[in-house]
Design a binder for this molecule. Sequence first.
Ligand SMILES: N[C@@H](CCC(=O)N[C@@H](CS)C(=O)NCC(=O)O)C(=O)O
Length: 276
Amino acid sequence: MPKPTLYTFAKSSWSASARIARIELDLCDVIEERQLDFLKAENMSPEYIRMTPNATIPALSTYTHVYRDTTEVIDYMASVSGVKAAPRTRLTAVVHHSSIDAKFMAFAARNEKELAAKAALGPPLLALTSRLPRIRVYAASPQAAPFSEKYATKIADVEQLLAIYTFSAPAAVMSNFYATSQAVHDAARVFLYETLPGAIGSGPFVAGAVPGVDDFHTATWVVHAGFLSGGQRTDDIISALERRYGEKLSEKLTRFLRAWMMRESFKKTYVGGLIW
Ligand SMILES: N[C@@H](CCC(=O)N[C@@H](CS)C(=O)NCC(=O)O)C(=O)O
């Protein structure tokens, strides 16, 4: 039996959680990593959808079972690791909740000015323009037939985001997008300033002196939020978040981030830069 395979993309924020966990849980020799090219929409290939119908990364296949999202993947890793990591609490579900959806945050913009600035940045628009033609090619292949609904929904979603990013969507769609972005921004603020610091006890990690499962999920969400706030490197994250949210981060969250920045797993995962 081949080794279990972890499917990731180096620039994906949730993949970062699984990649950090793989290192922290000492599973690098036990679990292979296979990188997909997200910009080529490889997560939308019919083979990948057949394996994991969510078509998201990370996913992990043991060849007898497929773990289909970050929570399942990391729970599996913790269950097979000899390293003790405190199990997840409700916090993991909170950080994955749609109200602070990391993927939506990558595109979110609260008004015309923010949208124009984000569109000029490159990455969000590039992700849409580079992926759409690839998704269409996959959708037209005979192997895609069983998943036609999945492709139709995905293509419609990407087309709508492209219309928003080129200011050509109907006014009602634009205002709904701005309103959702504002709501996500507000919810993210609550998570950063109340929920996460409130979950950290003596620290520096949620689980205490060493990271637990909640820590693998929350650290990467904060890094992602920091990057989307204008941080360029991991050590910029704190100041970028403070600029965007207009308030100093709590002592607990600052210690949490600084403790993460010292860890080899964190350094290795973000060696290629931050992740949107
Ligand atoms: N709920 C999923 C979310 C994972 C997710 O959204 N991953 C992104 C990359 S960070 C993805 O695969 N997106 C697929 C797409 O947009 O086509 C999880 O926890 O694993």
